[in-house]
Design a protein around this ligand. Structure first.
Ligand SMILES: Cc1ncc(COP(=O)(O)O)c(C=O)c1O
Ligand SMILES: NCC(=O)CCC(=O)O
Length: 427
């Protein structure tokens, strides 16, 4: 039998860190990653046959559980007709109609192949449309690996201690202004000073790449007002929150409408997909109707569209998000009770299908509070859970994801594992 260790040994000389995306490498928690053989519902099985209850969900898309038959069968049907056409296809039109019906601010949209492409394209549009150069992002937010975004970035960039990456030209980094999340005064001050040069502001409406930090009441509304006042494009990066915190994403959950939105992952059902879109007068400036260029050989791929459409059908079922939030509440409330019992400083957040677990006192609303949490306790907890067959994201700076496939029994088993893993923290 192939072992995880053997595969990792083979992988390391071939791929940087032995992986195709840094967050998979376990560097920040120590140890070696497992290699997944198969996934179904709430579970992953590694090549050694060990089963894990999975709260990563392929970093987002598996909101209805792994290998859902409705999605798999849609893909199987689609592949019979071909894998890529390079011409328009009907499924793209249905996809655009479906997204627009779920997220009405998407008056026009363009499909791409990843979240990174969606955000890079959205800021090019903001710059092209306003004729301005600067963009604003938030410390600890992650928008993929485009040059403009690897400045005080969250997720793996933060996990590996390179929030501002070498290789990003200074000229590019200088055009990215960063703000502290949940600090309305700082945003007002920045716009008062540089508002006339700001093309757009991009934000994760619920921050999910510095653990999970929701916006404070009125915060998104304030940013909406500032952007309107100063003629800057407000971009909600809903790659994580889209179709997860509510069918209409965070913009529906909080009732704040951006000018542009970016989506990814979930609308591919596990295939490589992203999308950006929003106001018609902005989107009409994209080629071929307008001069701002953006393209993609595989964009709107028929197999990916079939998977995504099947996924969105599942997510649109009445009560889907309510059920996700109920499951999430069972998990985070259970974790909090256990932490209290074991005398561990601990707090949680929950928004729809995404949650945060913090080894520190709450409520955590600021980036500094996230980084002040006990990262070492998290590492030990992570491994305690992994040993007991529960897979959390291998970093203290990632949100957790609940899926509709997690049963009460799965959550109870997770809590039983957490009880032991927390007890062991004292050892
Ligand atoms: C909020 C957000 N934006 C953008 C991205 C980038 O997406 P991708 O990894 O598909 O390029 C991610 C996730 O990785 C994300 O969480
Ligand atoms: N929350 C961060 C991600 O989902 C990133 C996944 C990856 O880069 O592999």
């Amino acid at each position: 039998m192939t072992s995880n260790h053997e595969l990792f040994q083979r992988a390391q000389p071939l791929m940087p860190g032995g992986v195709n995306s840094p967050v998979r490498a376990f560097n920040s928690v120590g140890g070696e990653p497992f290699f997944t053989q198969r996934a179904e519902g709430a579970y992953l099985w590694d090549v050694e046959g060990k089963r894990y209850i999975d709260y990563v969900g392929s970093w987002g898309p598996m909101i209805a559980g792994h290998n859902h038959p409705h999605v798999r069968e849609a893909v199987e049907r689609a592949v019979r007709d071909g894998l890529s056409f390079g011409t328009p296809c009907a499924a793209e039109v249905t996809m655009a109609e479906t997204i627009q019906a779920m997220v009405p601010s998407m008056e026009m949209l363009r499909m791409v192949n990843s979240g990174t492409e969606a955000t890079m394209s959205a800021i090019r549009l903001a710059r092209g449309a306003t004729g301005r150069g600067k963009i604003v992002k938030f410390e600890g937010c992650y928008h993929g690996h485009g040059d403009s975004f690897l400045v005080k970035a969250g997720s793996g960039a933060l996990t590996f201690g390179v929030p501002t990456s070498p290789g990003v030209p200074k000229a590019s980094a200088d055009l990215t202004l960063t703000l502290p999340y949940n600090d309305p005064d700082a945003a007002r001050a920045l716009f008062a000073e540089q508002g006339a040069d700001i093309a757009g502001l991009i934000i994760e409406p619920v921050a999910g790449n510095m653990n999970c930090v929701p916006p404070e009441a009125g915060y998104l509304e304030g940013l909406r007002e500032l952007c309107t006042q100063h003629g800057a494009v407000l971009i909600f990066d809903e790659v994580m929150t889209g179709f997860r915190v509510a069918a209409g994403g965070a913009q529906a959950y909080y009732g704040v409408t951006p000018d542009l939105s970016t989506f990814g992952k979930v609308i591919g059902g596990g295939m490589p997909v992203g999308a950006y879109g929003g106001k018609r007068e902005l989107m009409q400036q994209i080629a071929p109707t307008g001069p701002i260029y953006q393209a993609g050989t595989l964009s709107g791929n028929p197999v990916a569209m079939a998977a995504g459409l099947a996924m969105l059908e599942l997510v649109r079922e009445p009560g889907f998000h309510r059920a996700l939030e109920d499951k999430g509440a069972m998990l985070v409330n259970g974790m909090q009770q256990l932490a209290d019992k074991h005398g561990i400083a601990f707090s949680t957040h929950l928004v729809g299908g995404m949650f945060g677990l913090f080894f520190g006192p709450g409520p955590v609303t600021r980036f500094e509070q996230v980084t002040a949490c006990d990262i070492d306790a998290f590492k030990r907890f992570f491994h305690g859970m992994l040993e007991r067959g529960v897979y959390l994201a291998p970093s203290a700076f990632e949100a957790g994801f609940m899926s509709s496939a997690h049963s009460d029994a799965d959550i109870e088993q997770t809590l039983a594992a957490a009880d032991e893993a927390m007890a062991a923290l004292h050892a």
